[in-house]
Design a protein. Structure first.
Length: 134
């Protein structure tokens, strides 16, 4: 009876261990196959641009030339505000620094950027522009 009980304890422990390993493998596989969170990826993109900006103060954000109120464009603006805090990101172009989201510029020459030069660009094409000194 002691031998049976010991064997039964080992068998139950082995089953629990195998079940736990299968559950961990399934969770790992799910996490690896799941698409990355777009907000997290976008936040990381904007954080790479922070080094080109002053540590605080107002920073401009170039509005999209087309469909500025589209949900994904609004999300980009809000994520920029969050990722670049404590800087105040505002939809203005009269400041020294300007965030230009990918696809925000007008085709050809965007006259809104005439007085600016690019100083940093993220991997996905978001940029920081700085006002030219005359």
């Amino acid at each position: 009876s002691v031998v049976v009980r010991s064997w039964l304890t080992r068998a139950v422990s082995a089953v629990v261990l195998v079940w736990a390993l299968v559950a961990v493998a399934a969770a790992w596989r799910y996490a690896a196959m799941r698409a990355p969170n777009p907000v997290t990826a976008l936040e990381a993109e904007f954080r790479t641009l922070a080094q080109a900006l002053p540590p605080s103060g107002a920073v401009g954000f170039l509005t999209y030339a087309v469909d500025d109120d589209r949900a994904d464009h609004v999300m980009v603006y809000y994520v920029a505000q969050y990722a670049l805090a404590p800087r105040l990101v505002v939809k203005r172009t009269d400041l020294e620094f300007l965030i230009v989201a990918r696809d925000a510029m007008r085709p050809g020459i965007d006259e809104r950027l005439v007085d600016f030069v690019p100083v940093a660009t993220s991997r996905d094409g978001h940029s920081v522009y700085q006002r030219r000194t005359h």
